[in-house]
Design a binder for this molecule. Structure first.
Ligand SMILES: [Mg+2]
Length: 163
């Protein structure tokens, strides 16, 4: 049986977006994120982070630094009894990427690549899933992936309804 997921943008949804955060000291969790994820999990949603990380491609920080931060972040969620399931990231930038990172890829939102990849790897039914992001490019990625359910986050997490 396929599963359903809440796709979470990271910067601006999970943590306050300060542009190119890459260390734990730079992370302030957004109020309500743990409770929201906890309710989603209780309703059977997987929790999958999808995040553009052009800071890698631009040479501001490395993939290794990014993964270390995600490990730390996953540990914080686990400590709050709401383990995240996975994360997907795009390190590219079509103009400002350095070397191999300069790519007009299919993973950078508003493209749907990360959502499609996650759906394939986790057998996720996108029709039953929800995306929450703080930018129009997040919403555009959801639409491009064919998702009917998406929320532009403006500071209040939604109350999820069971279907
Ligand atoms: Mg964002």
């Amino acid at each position: 049986m396929s599963s359903k997921a809440v796709f979470l943008d990271r910067d601006g949804v999970i943590n306050v977006d300060i542009n190119y955060a890459h260390t734990p000291e730079q992370i302030t969790f957004i109020d309500g994120i743990f409770d929201f994820c906890s309710s989603a999990k209780a309703m059977g949603y997987k929790l999958i982070v999808i995040t553009n990380q052009a800071g890698i491609g631009r040479g501001f920080y490395t993939e290794e630094t990014f993964h270390a931060l995600m490990d730390w972040m996953f540990a914080q969620f686990a400590e709050n009894n709401v383990p995240l399931d996975a994360y997907y990231f795009c390190p590219h930038h079509p103009e400002y990427g350095v070397g191999e990172y300069k790519q007009d890829c299919n993973c950078r939102k508003p493209k749907p690549g990360m959502i499609i990849q996650a759906a394939g790897q986790w057998d996720i039914d996108l029709a039953q899933s929800i995306l929450i992001g703080d930018k129009q490019s997040d919403i555009a990625a959801a639409i491009a992936a064919g998702m009917p359910n998406y929320i532009l986050f403006e500071g209040q997490f939604p109350i999820l309804e069971s279907h």
